[in-house]
Design a protein around this ligand. Structure first.
Ligand code: ZN
Length: 326
């Protein structure tokens, strides 16, 4: 088993717990503490008071079973492809992300604090409801703000992706302006013609919570949500695991399904909100507050996107190979 397969298996061993225990966990973490697009306007959207109807946990047996089958297929496709590559001694000249357009969303924005009232402007949430335009985001206990962390990880990630041939578009161009509302962010990937969308965040819950997790829009509103977004989430989390970061001890199983994230609901490409860690946790805050730590987060996301892109290419090649001759 490759290290990535092992990491994925390790990740998924906790998945059933996530599925079955998610409702209880939501009550425990109250979701108001989970990083949000909007400030924790208490129960304004009933998130903390009635989270249960908003979440559709995947049916444990079926979805995990299907997932494992898909994984084994993918793993064997990867092995076969690796074998073919070594057989033919293919010169790997094409950069890993050539032709891939990646939309990155550095969550929140540095200019929100100067105009907090504007953040409460209501925007469509993609499911017929409304959301606050923006949220201030989390911070470490020492006051290092999430928007600055998200921004710095993003700008460190851009050159890594571009060096591999990717085109990269950012939802915001600096960490001083007010930034786009969450609905604009969700519409951003299709507006710029991106293939994939990663919204970069860090969570701000209790100090004893630590580790990364991913959020996807659920129930899916289009074919890119659901499985394609969940698949992207696992590649990104595998990248974080391989870089030495730990999965969340709060969101067991790693992927949180939410219906209320406008920035994901609007997306029409595989889309994930990555919560890279917990800013209130002293150990993780210490990593986030250093340039070295933020570089590691960027490298982990880069590895995850390369892995995702390679899997996409292999699936496409496999599908083309299976097509009968015309
Ligand atoms: Zn955030």
């Amino acid at each position: 088993m490759s290290s990535r397969s092992k990491a994925r298996a390790d990740h998924r061993s906790g998945r059933a717990f996530c599925s079955t225990g998610l409702l209880g966990l939501l009550a425990l973490c109250a979701c108001g503490l989970i990083d949000q697009e909007e400030p924790a306007a208490p129960a304004a959207e009933g998130e903390a008071s009635s989270p249960a109807p908003e979440v559709s946990p995947p049916s444990t047996e079926t979805s995990s079973g299907e997932k494992k089958t898909a994984d084994s297929q993918r793993d064997s496709a990867e092995e076969q492809s690796e074998q073919e590559a070594s057989d033919e001694d293919v010169a790997e000249e094409e950069p890993a992300l050539e032709g891939v357009h990646i939309a990155l969303d550095p969550g929140h924005a540095g200019g929100i604090g100067a105009d907090p009232a504007r953040a409460f402007t209501q925007v469509p949430d993609g499911r017929g409801g409304f959301k606050d335009c923006q949220a201030v985001g989390a911070a470490t206990n020492a006051g290092y703000p999430e928007h600055a962390f998200n921004w710095d990880v993003s700008v460190r990630l851009v050159p890594l992706l571009e060096a591999d041939g990717a085109e990269v578009s950012l939802t915001r161009q600096n960490d001083t302006d007010f930034g786009p509302c969450v609905d604009e962010r969700g519409q951003f990937p299709q507006n710029v013609g991106a293939d994939v969308y990663v919204s970069i965040h860090a969570n701000g819950s209790d100090p004893y919570y630590a580790g990364y997790f991913a959020i996807i829009s659920d129930p899916p509103l289009n074919p890119a949500q659901g499985e394609p977004s969940s698949d992207l989430a696992w590649h990104l989390m595998d990248g974080l695991a391989e870089e030495g970061f730990a999965p969340s001890n709060q969101i067991a199983g790693g992927v949180m399904a939410r219906s209320d994230i406008a920035g994901l609901n609007w997306a029409e490409v595989p889309a994930v909100m990555m919560e890279l860690g917990e800013m209130r946790n002293a150990e993780e805050a210490a990593v986030m507050e250093t340039e070295e730590g933020r570089q590691r987060y960027a490298e982990a996301l880069h590895a995850g996107l390369v892995s995702w892109s390679q899997a996409q290419s292999q699936e496409q090649s496999a599908a083309e190979a299976e097509e009968p001759p015309a």
